[in-house]
Design a protein around this ligand. Sequence first.
Ligand SMILES: NC(=O)c1ccc[n+]([C@@H]2O[C@H](COP(=O)([O-])OP(=O)(O)OC[C@H]3O[C@@H](n4cnc5c(N)ncnc54)[C@H](OP(=O)(O)O)[C@@H]3O)[C@@H](O)[C@H]2O)c1
Length: 265
Amino acid sequence: MNKKIIVITGSSSGIGETLANHFVKQGHTVYGLSRSKKEKLAFHHIATDVTDKENVFSSIQTIINEAGRIDVLINNAGVGMLGSIEDVRKEDFDKLVNVNIYGVIYLMQAVLPLMRGQKSGHILNVSSIASNHGLPFRGYYSASKSAIDRITESVRLENQNTGIEITTVNFGDIKTPIAESRIQSTVSNYYKKSYEKLVQLIDEEVDHGLEPEQLIPVIERLINKRNLKPHYNIGKGIQKFSVTLKRVLGQRVFEKMLARYSKLE
Ligand SMILES: NC(=O)c1ccc[n+]([C@@H]2O[C@H](COP(=O)([O-])OP(=O)(O)OC[C@H]3O[C@@H](n4cnc5c(N)ncnc54)[C@H](OP(=O)(O)O)[C@@H]3O)[C@@H](O)[C@H]2O)c1
């Protein structure tokens, strides 16, 4: 098998940690970038805050100095966020944007010149099936992932014929500790009843989501594939199907279904 130099952000937990451990076992050289670090890692770790551009550039330079090239970037670091659109605190939205959007941009800025020079490279930007829908009380999270979808479409066009493959992997619910670091913004009394019921449902969905290990075969296929599509929806059947359902039913009917499913008051 062709051994690759793979960089994964958000490697200290959940999806990123699972992928990093798998790829290193397969004999690839893996660099995990996150702020925190677990003991006795099998892969290289470089302490990195993806919201700090200088920190990102210096970590990527360290990898280039050590490994000489980067074949794959999995832009996975991200946070969830809950709260109503009306009540959001600016500092909460800024935090979300800094991790979920700027983090992805800084990493691409750091690796694109290198990959153009190599005339090869794969960039997988981790998005969400939620990017397709304005979900209640998760609107800012959905928007942050929609931004990643659009940014990815643009950067693909800007880097046509460079040999670089760029896509988003839009996950449905995956069973990870994402809820522990979720940004909890504010919800005023008007929304409280609907909100509390929905948060319970959201947590149950994550608990019943795919195991992170189930993502391995598809990610493995994508990092070895040419002519990637702009987006890949990866999740349980019904979550993947929601994207088609919205297109077929139209927004108004889909919205009614979503309201009923979300048990909105
Ligand atoms: N779980 C799901 O259901 C689901 C569904 C769709 C999409 N996703 C997306 O999948 C990705 C991974 O999520 P997960 O479920 O694996 O969550 P997780 O277990 O909470 O892992 C999040 C990772 O992001 C890292 N991170 C957060 N802020 C960072 C920062 N400022 N700098 C560097 N790293 C940072 C964390 O590391 P440190 O805290 O150590 O820095 C951690 O390693 C996210 O982009 C998420 O939006 C998840």
